[in-house]
Structures are given as structure tokens and as C-alpha cells.
Design a protein around this ligand. Structure first.
Ligand code: DGJ
Length: 723
């Protein structure tokens, strides 16, 4: 609910358990007076301390008394007017001037979400749009706040309009700025690398800044566009935590800064490194959305709120709660070495085990028999697949299976027909040697003829064949950052225009093929972010399919994203990424904590492993509703000790699914208990595997004995309410 009180000039935004209170200062400055637990709609003017004189904090010219922007809690921070913390925007005028000071002009409140003109956005809610004016440049800033009554997530972004008569250049354009009252905080971030995405790291926030981000043209494996601020002492199940996630897939930053007074500024959006944007008179620039989550009950509650928010307001409505394909992907089974016979044999074996979709990964097009060639040549390699795709698709159909296919739409191989015809379609200059990565270049997605070409190729394949699923991959980061089509003064726009081009292409394809299920991927989970999740109901979580590593990666990912968005496959051992050997049961158990699939050749498995696959699929279908709709409770942290354990509990608390892993077997460790979470204390639950019926509070407080397990051994418990 959003309310404006004319008498006190205060806005109140109320979500499920939080309130956000903004006040228009008598001189017009928009200041934050509260972001936290629910409050009444009182006049909070008594909390205004910005009029206390602080030496060396300049005072703007238009305030009758002392007031410094250096110590006020500014909802969007100007530059060069006394606020020396991170500015929200830098607007450069014709004469080079760049100072900005924003004052309130008007506001409106409406049902629904703002239109972000090509940027991904959350749907539903109620929106407050506050207009500010830069008294120095004449620019207009619209701050959008979308509130959901059923959610503890507040969505924000900013639009910047050049209200003057001459062009201006933006050198920074943050999505939001949130100044919080002084406090002691820790920062949680999710860092990583290829095969090791989203590793949680918690560090104290001291004076100065913690600034995280990516300048790779993609949200990246290296750092996820997620940051949480934890009140010191807050943990998994208690304490105040604020989570911040960008709904953006390009280069980004998030920053937490402690000021001289101890107040904390959190801000971010598009990375301003190598960014500039020419804004003609009357033109607007729209920044990506940030989802800000409030939790008074620790990181666990924050993650559950984010998960609900993604399911209800972000993931594609059509697929979010629909049963997911249980697929077999041929990548780790064959890599590039396949033909029709191999694929059909793989489908035969898979169908017999209950797998419902065959996904043909990299290598089906052009002359691609290794990773050196053919990206961009999206015509079937008939030497490899004689007769093309149809014989394989037909074979799958006869087996009752569906067919999916891999694309890497944003790429071009140096060794390709496309490159020979259009060397200038790759990012960078065709006459200057460019950086290669995996022997490939990146297509210039800012160019319409390029996106039209890719759309044409993909449409051709999707309309000519019965294809129900597309895996959209992206296997390198951007270098050069130069488009031969952009004028010199607009090269700083390249990275953002690139990702807008990508969003546009995905949106266009999805509109043309509304029944096709699109899964996202970027060398595993390199673009696992809120922007991509507006298009893809699930994302390949990591190329690392080792059960132990996956338990950790999925744990880290769960801080910000729902289980149903994580695509998780069982693969063979020794594992292709780590060489580790883990029990087949463990691989199935960890993969069941997301959209389950297989990354192997079932024909090469033992009879026992095949039997287990049938069981795993039956189990997945039985618990799928929990994965798609349930609440996740993190119980034992694999980064903190030798145990991993989570529980997924249905909203009505009638069912729960517990998965755990013992990392290393320890002799004599028989007195360890696993205390469950999230159950209804007074309900009675049957624990299927243990033939026990116990009350929820017994299970949560007295717990259950940790099963005896080998290294990397997993256990599962199914709990059902009994009368
Ligand atoms: C990276 C992906 O993450 C893999 O699953 C596979 O599709 C390869 N690319 C294919 O090149």
C-alpha cells in the first residue's frame, strides 16, 4: 500500500512486513526517514538531523537554515552540492558542468508496474512515481517504487529525462540510492568463477565502501548482482537483513558505503566504468530495476521472500509453476562426437527410464566438430546428422519424448560462413586483431541487422521442426567494447545497448514461439540473474555437476533465487569437472533440489544406476510441487562444516522434503542430530524413511539422528502430515 500525507509531506510504502517512509524537506529534498519493519504513518520530522552543522559539509544555497546533503538520507544523490558519498548520477552539460541537486516536483500512484521500454521488469504491484527536478541541469528524474502487499520486496528504478534544450551526457545512472541510519553491518556477496559460481562471503562493513560488480558485459560467474546487508549478529534465522538484487544481466555495480556519521548508503545499477549515454533534449534514459528485500528473521526469511517474489512477479507466468521437462542433455555424454545413431540410441535408453525430453547440445550445426568453428552458421550439419534433425525428432516422438536444442545466439566463430561474410558483425574493429575466448567473438547485438539475422536463423529452425525447448547459451565475456555502427561519442553506450539487444531478441523469439520452453545458460551459471529470469523459468546453475560442488553452488544460489530457477543434472563419475567420485544416489538427491535432468549416456550405466534413475524421476515428480512452490530452509551450511542439509516445506506445512550430505565420513560420530526447520510445531509428521511419526516441535528441537554415511553420502527424508 502506498500513501501520501499532504500535511507532513510524507510518503509511506507498506509491504507485508516492512515500511519505507520518505519525506519532502521544506526545501524540496526527498529524504528517506525509514526503511525497515512496519511503522505507523507518523510525522517523522523529529528524526531530521540534517540541520545540525557539521564542519566541512557544504550547505546548499536555497535552505534558510543549516541543512547539508552530506548528512541527509537522500533518495537519489546529486553531485557537487555537498553530498560527497557515491552520487546516483553524473549529468554532463555542454559546458562540461556536472553538478546536480534534486528537488521534488510531483508524484503519482498507480496500479501495476512501470513500463521499462525493453528492460526486463517485475510484474504487478502498486507503483509510486516521484518526479524530481535537477535545479542545475534541468533534468527530470522519476523514481519508481513498486510495492506488493504480499511481499517483503520493494522494486525500484530511476528514469532520467533531459528537460533542457541541448544534449547532455550521462556518465553514471544508478538505479537507486538508499541511505540507512547508522548501524553496524556485515556484507554478504556471492563471488565465484566458471564452475564455482555464487560462493557466499560475509565480511564486516567498515568506513568507506564495499563495491562489487562486473565489467564483463554480463552479470558474470565472478560476482552475482546480489548484495545483502546484515545487522551485525544477524544470521540464518534471526536478525535484520536487507537483500539487493539487480534485474539486469549486463555490467553492473552494487555498493555499500559507510559515511562519516556511520550512516550507510547502498546504491548501484549499471556499471559506470566505460559507460556514457548521450541524452538528447527531451529524451529519457531508463535504468534497470533493483529488488530490495527486508527480513527481520535472518537470511533464511530473506531468501524465502526473494523466492516468492521471483515466482509471483518475475519468472515467466506461463511456465513458472508448470511441471518441468526431465531431460537428458547429450553434452557430457558425447560432447561434439555424435551422429544420428548415437542420439537415437541415447533417446531409446532415456525413454525406457522415464526421461521425457532429449536435448541436443552444441555441435549440430555448420561444420562444428569442436569449439573452433561455425557459431553463427545455424543450419544443420547434415554430414554429422544425416537427414537433418527430423529423423532424430521423429525417433524421440515415437518414443513419447520431446526434443530440445542448444543455441549460442550471441556468438560468431572466426571460422564460419557468417564471419567470412560479415567480419564487421563481431564486436571490435575488423581491421585490428581482437581478443578471442573459446576461439570465438561476440556478435554486435546493438545492430538490428545482426539481431534480425539471428532471429531469422533461429525462427527457421524452430518453425520447421517440432522443438519444445531451447537452451540459450553464452560462452564468453566481452572485450573491445566497440561497435563499428556507433559514433565515437556513443561508444560508452555499447555495453548497455548490447544487453538491450539481447533482451530484445529473446523477447521477440518468445513472442513468436510462446510454447517453447527457454532455459538460460552462460557457461553454466554466468548470467544467473534477475534480468534473465524474467525470460527463462530456469537457468543452468553451473557447468560443475559434481554432487558436492553442486550442493555448495546451489546453497549459494539459494540466497537470492528460488530452487525452481536452478537447473540441476545428474552426471557420471569420475566427475568431468573435479574427477571426484560420489555415490549415484547423492548425485540424484542434489539434482532433485531444482529442475532435475541428466547429463550422461544412460546406455553406459549399470543396471543398478538405471534402476536408481527410475526412482529418482519418480521421486522428483512426487516432490516437484515442493520444488516449484515450497519454502526453503537452510539447515547445515557446507561452507561452515562437514554437513549440507536443507528442507523444502510446503506452504501449508503439510509436507517437507529434506536432503542432506555428509561430506566426509567420521568414525564414531553417532551423537549428531539434525534439527529440522520450518515445520508446524503442533502438527504430527510421518518420516517415511525412518518409520517414525513425531510432532513438528520434536523434529525441530530434539531433531533426528544424523544417518551414518560414506564420504559425500546423501540422505533424504520425506515428511507427511498425519492425523
Ligand atoms: C557451456 C554450457 O554450460 C554447457 O552445458 C554446454 O552447453 C557447452 N557450453 C556447450 O558448448
Amino acid at each position: 500500500m502506498i500513501v501520501f500525507h499532504e500535511a507532513t509531506r510524507m510518503f509511506f510504502l507498506h509491504g507485508k512486513n516492512y515500511s519505507c517512509a520518505l519525506r519532502i524537506h521544506p526545501a524540496g529534498y526527498l529524504c528517506n526517514f525509514h526503511f525497515g519493519g512496519r511503522i505507523g504513518e507518523d510525522d517523522l520530522a523529529y528524526l531530521d538531523h540534517s540541520a545540525r552543522e557539521l564542519s566541512f559539509s557544504p550547505i546548499p544555497p536555497d535552505v534558510g537554515n543549516y541543512f547539508s546533503l552530506d548528512v541527509s538520507a537522500n533518495e537519489y544523490a546529486g553531485f557537487g552540492q555537498g553530498d560527497f558519498r557515491s552520487p546516483s548520477v553524473l549529468i554532463v552539460r555542454e559546458n562540461g558542468e556536472r553538478a546536480s541537486r534534486f528537488v521534488y516536483t510531483s508524484h503519482k500512484i498507480y496500479g501495476g508496474a512501470p513500463d521499462l521500454d525493453g528492460l526486463p521488469s517485475a510484474r504487478g504491484g502498486q507503483t509510486l512515481a516521484i518526479s524530481l527536478k535537477d535545479v542545475l541541469s534541468g533534468a527530470e528524474i522519476v523514481l519508481n517504487y513498486t510495492v506488493y502487499e504480499d511481499s517483503d520486496v520493494l522494486v525500484r528504478n530511476a528514469e532520467i529525462r533531459n528537460g533542457g534544450k541541448t544534449p547532455v551526457t550521462l556518465l553514471r545512472a544508478d538505479s537507486f540510492c538508499l541511505d540507512l541510519a547508522a548501524g553496524e553491518y556485515d556484507v554478504l556477496r556471492l563471488h565465484g568463477r566458471h564452475n564455482m559460481e555464487r560462493t557466499p562471503e560475509r565480511t564486516p562493513l567498515g568506513h568507506g565502501s564495499i563495491r562489487i560488480g562486473s565489467s564483463r558485459g554480463a552479470s558474470s560467474h565472478q560476482m552475482n548482482p546480489f548484495l545483502a546487508l546484515l545487522e551485525r549478529g544477524a544470521g540464518e534465522d534471526s536478525g535484520v537483513c536487507l537483500g539487493f538484487e539487480l534485474l539486469y544481466s549486463g555490467s553492473w555495480t552494487l555498493e555499500a558505503e559507510v559515511s562519516q556519521t556511520g550512516s550507510v548508503r547502498v546504491c548501484g545499477g549499471i556499471n559506470d566504468l566505460n559507460f556514457s549515454w548521450e541524452l538528447g533534449a527531451g529524451r529519457s534514459f531508463i535504468t534497470p530495476q533493483v529488488a530490495i528485500c527486508y527480513s527481520a528473521r535472518g537470511l533464511g526469511e530473506m531468501s524465502r521472500s526473494f523466492a516468492d517474489f521471483f515466482r509471483e512477479h518475475v519468472l515467466p507466468e506461463k511456465f513458472v509453476y508448470s511441471p518441468r521437462p526431465v531431460l537428458v542433455n547429450n553434452w557430457e555424454a558425447t560432447y561434439f562426437d555424435f551422429d544420428r545413431e548415437k542420439l537415437c540410441a541415447l533417446a531409446d535408453e532415456a525413454a525406457a527410464l522415464g526421461i521425457d525430453t532429449l536435448v541436443l547440445d552444441d555441435g549440430w550445426f555448420g561444420k562444428r566438430n569442436n569449439d573452433r568453428t561455425s557459431l553463427g552458421d545455424w543450419t544443420v550439419n547434415e554430414t554429422k546428422l544425416d537427414g537433418g534433425l527430423d529423423p532424430v525428432i521423429g525417433h524421440c516422438k515415437r518414443l513419447g519424448m520431446k526434443f530440445g536444442i542448444w543455441f549460442e545466439p550471441e556468438m560468431i566463430s572466426k571460422e564460419s560462413e557468417l564471419y567470412r561474410a560479415h567480419p564487421d558483425w563481431a564486436i571490435g574493429r575488423a581491421d585490428v586483431p581482437r581478443c578471442e575466448s573459446r576461439h570465438q567473438y561476440v556478435l554486435d547485438m546493438t545492430r538490428e541487422e545482426v539481431t534480425d539475422y539471428v532471429f531469422g536463423c533461429m525462427s527457421e529452425i524452430l518453425s520447421r521442426h517440432e522443438i519444445s525447448y531451447v537452451k540459450w547459451d553464452m560462452n564468453r565475456h566481452i572485450s573491445e567494447f566497440y561497435s563499428s555502427r556507433l559514433p565515437a561519442e556513443r561508444q560508452g553506450e555499447f555495453a548497455h545497448r548490447y544487453i538491450l539487444g539481447v533482451y530484445g531478441l529473446i523477447g521477440r523469439l518468445q513472442a513468436a514461439f510462446p510454447n517453447v520452453f527457454f532455459e538460460g545458460c552462460s557457461g553454466g551459471g554466468g548470467r544467473f540473474d534477475g534480468g534473465m529470469l524474467c525470460y527463462f523459468p530456469q537457468f543452468w546453475t553451473s557447468d560443475d555437476t559434481d554432487a558436492y560442488e553442486r550442493a555448495r553452488i546451489q546453497w549459494g544460489t539459494s540466497y537470492g533465487y528460488p530452487l525452481s530457477a536452478m537447473s540441476c543434472h545428474v552426471s557420471v563419475c569420475p566427475n568431468h569437472q573435479t574427477g571426484r567420485i560420489t555415490p549415484f544416489f547423492s548425485r540424484g538427491a542434489i539434482a532433485s533440489l531444482g529442475a532435475t535432468g541428466y547429463e550422461l549416456d544412460p546406455g553406459r550405466l549399470s543396471g543398478e544406476e538405471k534402476r536408481q534413475i527410475k526412482e529418482q524421476i519418480a521421486n522428483y515428480r512426487e516432490i516437484e510441487a515442493l520444488i516449484l512452490r515450497g519454502d526453503l530452509y537452510r539447515i547445515a551450511d557446507p561452507f561452515a562444516g562437514e554437513l549440507f542439509c536443507v528442507a523444502v516445506v510446503s506452504k501449508d506445512k503439510a509436507r517437507a522434503y529434506v536432503v542432506g550430505m555428509r561430506v566426509h565420513a567420521v568414525p564414531g560420530d553417532f551423537d549428531r542430530r539434525v534439527r529440522l526447520k520450518g515445520l508446524a510445531p503442533e502438527k504430527r509428521y510421518a518420516v517415511e524413511e525412518l518409520s517414525l511419526t513425531l510432532r513438528g516441535d520434536t523434529l525441530m528441537n530434539a531433531g533426528l539422528l544424523l544417518p551414518r554415511l560414506p564420504d559425500f553420502g546423501c540422505w533424504v527424508w520425506h515428511l507427511k502430515e498425519t492425523s
